[in-house]
Design a protein around this ligand. Structure first.
Ligand code: MG
Length: 302
């Protein structure tokens, strides 16, 4: 089997993880945690989202976080936007990249953005154009690409058509998101076989959740297809805070561990990420769901 020699992990805990937390994390704590992550060797970090502070109070300090973090050379800092206003805020906060997407599920799309599928896809194209005009790199994606909590199965042809639209926008990176952890490895393989030829040279990122325990198996299926970019969250943040042990995003540490054991390079020090997770667990007052972050207190391997 041929796997990529090197994999890039995009750390999304500060966005996808923290937005799931009911405890408000202070701006100085957020800044210290993000700086800890950027010091670990991670080369891409999604630091916030530019959304309504009424709908997502945790992200009300987006600009202050962006202004406070140390901008480490070689690290790409990104933020998520749901509309043109969010894209403009991301540019104003001097981020490198903006993350935009529409959904393959009509119900999810209406609940998340108030727009049906086609209107949302049109909005993404307008957002990509605005981002480029403002000097931002663009990652554009499809949410609920492998299933939807409201609708169940999602037609793969719908996903592929959305991808064709994103390719036409000439974005820097394309994302397929298993937003609620419904994908299985066989489904990942089938989707990638159809999707990768459409994307050509545009890199694909997979955003996976471990909700049903299939997260790393899905990474494995994607590695076999040559995919080398994955969203992960330190400590496995992103689970529901009210369900003990509920899994969120695939954990950065667990993914790093598997890749290291498979001799796939990442450039990231697992122990440094796990130390950030240990501070996070103290702030939240509970253990985080990842497996390998609990080894934070063990001496780091040379
Ligand atoms: Mg997510």
């Amino acid at each position: 089997m041929h796997f990529p020699a090197r994999v890039t992990l995009i750390e999304v805990g500060p966005r996808d993880g923290w937005q799931a937390e009911s405890i408000l994390i202070s701006t100085p704590d957020k800044i210290a945690l993000i700086d800890g992550l950027s010091a670990s060797g991670l080369r891409a970090i999604q630091v916030t989202s530019f959304v309504s502070p009424v709908r997502v109070p945790q992200m009300a300090d987006a600009e202050a976080v962006c202004a406070g973090i140390a901008r480490r050379p070689g690290v790409e800092y990104s933020g998520l936007a749901l509309n043109l206003r969010g894209v403009e805020r991301a540019a104003g906060a001097r981020l490198d990249k903006v993350d935009i997407s529409s959904s393959a599920s009509d119900t999810h799309s209406r609940r998340n953005t108030g727009m049906g599928l086609e209107d949302a896809a049109r909005e993404v194209h307008a957002m990509a154009a605005r981002a480029r005009a403002l000097g931002l790199r663009v990652r554009a994606g499809v949410q609920c690409a492998f299933g939807c909590a409201y609708e169940g199965g999602v037609d793969p042809q719908r996903v592929l058509n959305l991808l064709r639209g994103l390719v036409a926008c000439e974005v820097e990176e394309v994302l397929l998101a298993d937003s609620t952890g419904m994908a299985n490895p066989a489904q990942i393989s089938r989707m990638l076989e159809a999707a990768l030829p459409i994307l050509g040279e545009i890199p694909l990122v997979l955003h996976l959740h471990d909700t049903r325990g299939m997260g790393l198996a899905n990474v494995m299926a994607a590695l076999e297809q040559g995919v080398s970019r994955f969203d992960t969250a330190f400590g496995g943040l992103g689970g529901c805070p009210f369900i003990p042990g509920a899994s969120g995003n695939i954990a950065t540490e667990d993914t790093l561990h598997m890749l290291a054991e498979m001799q796939i390079a990442t450039g990231v020090r697992l122990a440094a990420v796990a130390a950030v997770s240990a501070r996070m667990a103290l702030l939240l007052g509970r253990a985080l769901p990842g497996k390998r972050n609990h080894l934070a207190l063990q001496p780091e391997a040379p």
